[in-house]
Design a protein around this ligand. Structure first.
Ligand SMILES: [Cu+2]
Length: 145
């Protein structure tokens, strides 16, 4: 009788675990969702290659990834770019940042003119096709003067 009770308890805990697993899978389905229900948080900007520096200017090449399927996004329009030394504890030290045209599809280039060498956060805002809200992102990289 005692043994059966223990077995029963165990069975119950397995059932509870299954229910939790089902709930987790269901929640995951909502979070992942179909691609057509993309949210700005589904995207991430990252450095495509190390920055190239010449004549006091650095050119950063970014790519934009649609995280649910890790696919690069082409045709986005970057309309805002800012650079500051936040990563080095100098968030008020900004550097001029200029948006260059998308030369090859999916390559978003930003030209930064740092006043001092160090680690910079480059923040961008973009319009992405099929996405009503602005997609924002930031990359951190070391720049030379
Ligand atoms: Cu600084």
């Amino acid at each position: 009788m005692r043994l059966r009770a223990i077995a029963g308890d165990r069975e119950e805990s397995v059932n509870t675990m299954n229910k939790q697993l089902c709930a987790a899978i269901a929640a995951l389905g909502i979070v992942m969702g179909p691609a057509s229900h993309a949210a700005p948080s589904d995207y991430r900007f990252e450095l495509a290659s190390p920055p190239t520096a010449s004549g006091g200017k650095s050119i950063l090449t970014l790519r934009l990834l649609h995280m649910p399927d890790k696919k690069p996004v082409t045709g986005a329009v970057v309309f805002e770019a800012k650079a500051d030394m936040g990563p080095d504890g100098m968030p008020t030290m900004a550097a001029a940042a200029k948006i260059l045209p998308e030369a090859t599809p999916g390559s978003y280039r930003i030209e930064v003119q740092p006043d001092m060498a160090g680690n910079y956060a480059i923040s961008v805002a973009a319009k992405v096709q099929g996405e009503t809200e602005t997609v924002r992102g930031s990359v951190t990289t070391k720049l030379t003067k």
